[in-house]
Design a protein around this ligand. Sequence first.
Ligand code: HEM
Length: 238
Amino acid sequence: MPTTQLTPRLKDDNWNLHQIAEKGQTPSTMIKGTMPKETFGLALAQTFIIAKVFDDAVATIKDARPDLGALIHDEQYLTPYLREDLAYFGIDATAITPVPGAQRFIDAINEHRDDPCFLFGLHYVRLGACNGNRFVARKLRMVYKLAGTDGTRFLDPFGDTQRTKWISFKQGIDALDLSQNEQDRIFAGTQAAYVLTINLDYDEHHTAEQLLDMFGQSLDKKAFDEKHSVHISPEEAL
Ligand code: HEM
């Protein structure tokens, strides 16, 4: 059985970008529970605008690359959850225009429609982000006094099956027979996803190198090695 061992690379070689992403204004104020509810609604709308294009592009992987496509399931598309969340908060997303970072994300997805491995890398990051978003959802449900999964479905779409589904997704990737070039394209997609997500908080785009210059001093490899996250205590870690 082929085994690429690609997923350790996707995790370990992106540790610094993951940590910068966690420290960003939007994710950090969400996990601390300091983001005003109205701001959360705006973030939700921007995520929805991106997700519509994202889901549409990810669906094309199924025909282009059936091996990768076999790992993509309907429940991984985020648009339906976001529709529910927007409806809960009474937000009409059609009335909202993308902020510069959301437009850049949409443009990047569209520019790579003929690059299924890259698209798969982008998708890997939004699925992986659900690992941390489960903690974010828990916090927001508490501070906004939300019942059940109200308004937070997209953060925690898999509920208690999150961990097992994520592990099986990664095992599925490592069982594929992928050339070095295909692995490199998937990796490039994951890097781009982190960089584009971090840049959602900025009007001007910053490259990975610029972000590493800006945040390099504050990065904490020990926190990554111990619990992956700067926001989660070892007791809470998965
Ligand atoms: C407050 C914010 C965040 C927290 C607390 C957090 C926390 C975590 C945790 C605990 C894991 C599980 C690690 C493991 O045991 O496998 C994880 C995985 C992951 N997170 Fe985050 N995260 C946050 C934000 C983000 C953001 C904004 C992104 C995307 C840009 C992201 C992308 C990922 C990915 C892709 C994985 C899977 C890593 C891998 O196995 O390759 N996270 N995160």
